[in-house]
Design a binder for this molecule. Structure first.
Ligand SMILES: Nc1ncnc2c1ncn2[C@@H]1O[C@H](COP(=O)(O)OP(=O)(O)O)[C@@H](O)[C@H]1O
Ligand SMILES: [Mg+2]
Length: 234
């Protein structure tokens, strides 16, 4: 038996007059890694932001562990144990690595200690006194993930974590996410990098023009690869 951790039903979202999501249905079960694929502009980021409350012009329903998220103020969503890593990573440039790590409060029990975080990210320990501005894109991405692990979140939402990173760093981030998954973390990921997503994801959704057009399991990815590449224009 799997149980839905995050359940999105009939999600519509707008920016002012612009209607961007047109009834998105998406489920993430506990312990799963789910990847959303789709062309630029399909609405992937909007869907993630709607879940965490950064897009507020929404209708439909979003529940997390059975609790309605739509009614919650933005700062309460993190307290439910949801960690969001935005596309721009959100690292504070004027703070050091350690200060960035310490910034979010520990919302729930079970968050990693700084010591555990440095075990998982040895490169961040080496850079702990460096300012946010001095970090490479890969280090920023790792810091953004590491910072959330401290809060105790057991559900991670990542928006294109490998975008613009070198193959070595992409591989490293893949290993870290695998470690987290094996440890029972539930992950919702938007990703364009098929090779990266293939090694991690249990299930896929394809988003087109603000709707989910397809969903399939990881074992079906290979047989769909050609059609997907054409559809996504990659
Ligand atoms: N802040 C915004 N204001 C107005 N329109 C936006 C905003 N953010 C995104 N959009 C529009 O919403 C649509 C979906 O964007 P987005 O969710 O970022 O897609 P994706 O992440 O799949 O590339 C696009 O047409 C985009 O131009
Ligand atoms: Mg996006």
């Amino acid at each position: 038996m799997t149980s839905a951790m995050l359940e999105i039903r009939g999600l519509n979202a707008w920016y002012g007059e612009s209607h961007v999501l047109h009834g998105v249905d998406l489920v993430v079960n506990e312990g799963e890694t789910v990847t959303v694929l789709g062309r630029n502009g399909a609405g992937k980021t909007t869907a993630l932001k709607s879940v965490v409350g950064l897009v507020r012009q929404r209708t439909g329903s979003i529940t997390f562990k059975g609790k309605d998220l739509m009614g919650l103020p933005l700062h309460h969503v993190a307290r439910e144990g949801i960690g969001f890593v935005p596309e721009d990573r959100g690292i504070y440039a004027s703070l050091t690595v350690l200060e960035n790590l310490m910034l979010p409060p520990q919302f729930t029990a079970g968050g990693l200690s700084i010591k555990d975080i440095f075990k998982l990210f040895p490169n961040l320990e080496e850079r702990k006194s460096s300012q946010g501005t001095k970090l490479s894109g890969g280090e920023q991405q790792m810091l953004a993930i590491a910072r959330i692990l401290r809060t105790g979140a057991r559900f991670l939402i990542l928006d294109e974590p490998t975008e613009g990173l070198s193959p070595v760093i992409v591989q490293r981030i893949g290993e870290i996410l695998k470690t987290l998954r094996d440890d029972g973390m539930t992950v919702l990921l938007v990703e364009q990098n098929f090779r990266f997503a293939k090694r991690l994801a249990d299930r896929f959704y394809v988003m087109e023009d603000g709707l989910i057009s397809e969903t399939f399991s990881a074992t079906e990815l290979d047989s769909r690869m050609g059609a997907l590449q054409t559809m996504l224009g990659v």
